[in-house]
Design a protein around this ligand. Sequence first.
Ligand SMILES: [Zn+2]
Length: 113
Amino acid sequence: MVLKGPDTTSEKEQTKRFIRKNQDPYLIISRIKLWPSRKGILHGVRSVKREGNVMAVITHCSRKARVKCSKNGRLARWLRNKWYEKVCPYCRVPGWKLQKYSQTSFIKEKKYD
Ligand SMILES: [Zn+2]
């Protein structure tokens, strides 16, 4: 346990996460370790494996899913917009993880030209 100083602004900035908007959903999921199912339930991800154009997701509640890695697909859109109806009660997703997700900004890729 670390005692917190009076300056909390720098701490806030540290927890803020930036992910490029047009990133492959596989890379997003392997980073945030959360996966919104088609029914709108947000699961915690135990492992995610890439198999060509498809990724195999295993959640903490032992649910297995194979999802197409499409940058414009349902999953990528839901991740970017942080859409989900509820959090899976079996995955026991910790609060800090959800908070970090809500603080994640999806930004446009910088262009250096
Ligand atoms: Zn779950």
